[in-house]
Ligand binder design. Structure first.
Ligand code: ATP
Ligand code: MG
Length: 251
């Protein structure tokens, strides 16, 4: 579904992503892990063709067999348009339009369908949320609306950049369940190994713009090869000693 080959990204002549290659198969959920500044969000931006001004990329990106490098999502063949959940979600919603209207556009759906989508992402009062404008919601509520919006697109590829970081653990668990139920291929960006382990069957670890490790979730967690992977696992275990990570002998 997604093939990234030899992706390099430069910001003002500094190399920020170097020779990144990976694949995500149809329906597969892959975690892209790494510390802050390692190049995860820029990799996602290149995949959806939305790099910030002044940032350039080389390499090939193929979505569902279509060469899409440099093409913004709306200009692509309709089978090659990933749905994206942004790290900063507030800006992805139109402040002038109610949540209900925004959700019904991609879903081409009735109010009961959009209410069900909101329930999937943890809302117990969907009617109130559907009638609200984005600025009337909290940050975590807006983030969940964005996740519902991305699910509503039914795109075969979903790219999610730290979608659950702003959420409490109960809501986070509901959102992860909702994402698990989606049939689309998923590239899930996070610095939280515990969250990635709950959702993804394969992990890719980036450090300072390069991939330092990739493999099945159990392989990577049971036998981490890169120091960064070890420290991300240690961090997740310090945050939640009860977390049942495979390979929890790493402390
Ligand atoms: N618009 C920009 N202009 C110049 N440099 C940028 C820009 N956006 C990101 N960078 C640089 O590129 C590098 C990678 O940034 P990126 O946002 O991809 O990191 P990240 O892995 O998503 O980090 P985080 O976990 O903090 O979100 C960083 O060193 C950052 O300073
Ligand atoms: Mg980021």
């Amino acid at each position: 579904m997604l093939v990234v080959e030899g992706l390099c990204i430069d910001a003002r002549r500094n190399s920020v992503v170097t020779d990144v290659s990976f694949e995500v198969s149809e329906g597969e959920r892959v975690g892209l892990l790494g510390s802050s500044g390692s190049g995860k969000s820029l990799t996602a931006a290149a995949i959806i063709g939305h790099l910030p001004p002044g940032i350039t990329s080389t390499g090939t990106i193929t979505v569902d067999g279509h060469d899409v490098a440099g093409l913004p999502t709306p200009r692509r063949h309709c089978g090659a348009r990933p749905a994206m959940i942004f790290q900063q979600s507030a800006t992805a919603l139109n402040p002038m339009v109610t949540v209900g209207k925004q959700l019904s556009a991609p879903a081409r759906a009735s109010t009961s369908d959009t209410a069900e989508l909101l329930e999937q992402v943890g809302f117990s009062d969907p009617a109130r949320i559907l009638a609200s404008y984005p600025l009337e919601l909290s940050g975590g509520q807006r983030q969940r609306v964005c996740i519902a919006l991305a699910i509503a697109c039914r795109s075969p590829l979903l790219v999610a950049d730290e979608p659950t970081t702003a959420l409490d653990v109960v809501t986070q668990a509901r959102v992860l369940t909702a994402l698990r139920a989606v049939d689309s291929a998923l590239l899930f960006i996070t610095h939280d190994v515990a969250v990635a382990a709950q959702l993804c069957t394969r992990l890719i670890v980036m450090d300072r713009g390069e991939i330092v490790e990739q493999g099945s979730t159990s392989e990577v967690l049971e036998n981490p090869r890169a120091r960064l992977t070890e420290s991300l696992i240690a961090q997740a275990q310090a945050a939640d000693p009860m977390a049942n990570l495979p390979g929890s002998r790493v402390r």
